[in-house]
Ligand binder design. Structure first.
Ligand SMILES: Nc1ncnc2c1ncn2[C@@H]1O[C@H](COP(=O)(O)OP(=O)(O)O)[C@@H](O)[C@H]1O
Ligand code: SF4
Ligand SMILES: [Mg+2]
Length: 375
């Protein structure tokens, strides 16, 4: 995929992340490949339940813990056996394919700074997680401690990684103010002493961004930064992300089901459904002329003004996605989108499409890409 190995900050290859559940393995991330270049912002866009958050958990090295100790999964003896098998595979350095069975947990490659993160032990991972790669999870309020001043909480993310005591307090506090100013927390000299409950929802979200930025990461992942917020608040967050992109030399992975956010903040976008990347390419091209039937249907289900104009111009029929997303513990054969796809043919029902680069820097997961009508 990459023209030049130095170009990327993160490169994900054939990543799988399967949960255990009472119903069996949940294939939340199913063999995905994409990369993020230096200074680039990549969007991970798709319907709810597509596996987007699971990708973030895999990159942060916490997917297995989350999955293994999830109550409904850990109490089941069959699931415990599966996790024991996963441990055995890791010890022996074998993949699930080599062991001849499907296993829970993360598998594949996640290249970052020349290292495959999936080969690191917890101690090595801790040097990267929260420092070089930071994560702003979905759901603002729960992530902030309501009893601690934001100055302390923001500084804490730096202290937590300062094992060699390199930071002096004055410097840390200066950086806290600088970072709060960057995300436009007004009057930060005074308000740094306030607690999360005293800020608005949108400010809370921007404080989380500040906390994820203070360690000067190479890559920041934000998960649904604007979901469930009203329009005015969303605007301020989008502006803050815009400032971050302009002012800082970092790469971003922006996870969202909001087309407007992706359009405004991402250079390239990977469209996700049913644990797969359906298409991956330049954001403007993908959102304005999607090549994949899923993207077309998804965009149509909540069309932007631009898409509405196009629909009128081209006389397209406005329709959403019929039916429900597939059950990731019981996927259909062939293309996982075939039960909902208006272009499905027999081959789609029996054969899994290949994820292939059909044009320079443009990837698609569809048998029929070349035959589809233009959009
Ligand atoms: N701890 C878990 N155990 C089992 N299944 C899970 C768990 N967390 C999420 N899932 C399932 O994994 C799938 C992908 O979820 P997620 O990554 O959160 O999707 P998204 O972020 O795109 O909404 C969904 O079907 C969801 O129900
Ligand atoms: S492979 Fe077939 S079912 Fe899947 S998106 Fe393409 S046309 Fe539709
Ligand atoms: Mg999510």
């Amino acid at each position: 995929m990459l023209k030049n190995a130095d170009e990327y900050v993160l490169k994900i290859e054939n990543l799988k992340a399967f949960y255990t559940s009472r119903k069996g393995l949940v294939k939340a991330v199913n063999n995905i490949t994409f990369d993020i270049r230096k200074g680039e912002s990549v969007g991970l866009f798709g319907e709810s339940g597509a596996g987007k958050t699971s990708v973030a958990l895999a990159i942060m090295g916490i997917f297995d813990q989350v999955s293994r100790y999830y109550t409904s999964a850990s109490s089941d003896p069959e699931n415990k056996k599966l996790w024991d098998k996963r441990d055995e595979a890791r010890r022996k350095g074998l993949t699930s394919d080599e062991l001849g069975m499907e296993l829970p947990g993360v598998e594949g490659k996640i290249w970052f700074s020349g290292k495959d993160l999936l080969t690191l032990d917890e101690k090595e991972y801790r040097k990267i997680r929260g420092k070089e790669i930071t994560y702003v999870p979905q759901g603002t309020i729960k992530s902030l401690n309501p009893y601690t001043q934001i100055r302390e909480q923001t500084a804490e993310t730096l202290w937590a990684h300062d094992e060699d005591n390199l930071w002096i307090e004055r410097e840390v506090l200066r950086r806290v103010l600088e970072t709060l100013d960057l995300v436009e927390i007004g009057d930060s000299d005074r308000r740094q002493f306030m607690k999360p409950g005293e800020f608005s929802m949108g400010e809370d979200q921007r404080i989380l961004l500040a906390m994820a930025l203070i360690s000067d990461p190479c890559l920041m992942i934000t998960d649904e930064p604007t979901t469930a917020l009203d329009m005015g608040v969303q605007r301020r967050i989008l502006d803050a992300i815009g400032i971050i992109r302009r002012e800082l030399d970092l790469s971003l992975l922006l996870i969202s089901n909001d087309q407007g956010l992706i359009a405004e903040t991402s250079d390239r976008v990977a469209v996700m459904s049913a644990g797969r990347i359906m298409e991956f390419g330049d954001t403007e091209c993908v959102l304005n002329s999607p090549g994949h039937p899923f993207t077309r249907a998804f965009i149509m289900s909540n069309p932007s003004m631009e898409v509405m104009r196009k629909i009128r111009e081209k006389g397209l029929r406005l329709r959403g996605i019929p039916g429900n997303p597939p059950d990731l513990s019981n996927l259909p054969t062939g293309c996982p989108f075939h039960p909902r796809c208006e272009y499905a043919k027999d081959i789609c029902k029996t054969m899994l499409p290949e994820y292939r680069e059909v044009k320079d820097d443009y990837w698609i997961f569809c048998h029929r890409f070349e035959e589809l009508p233009e959009w």
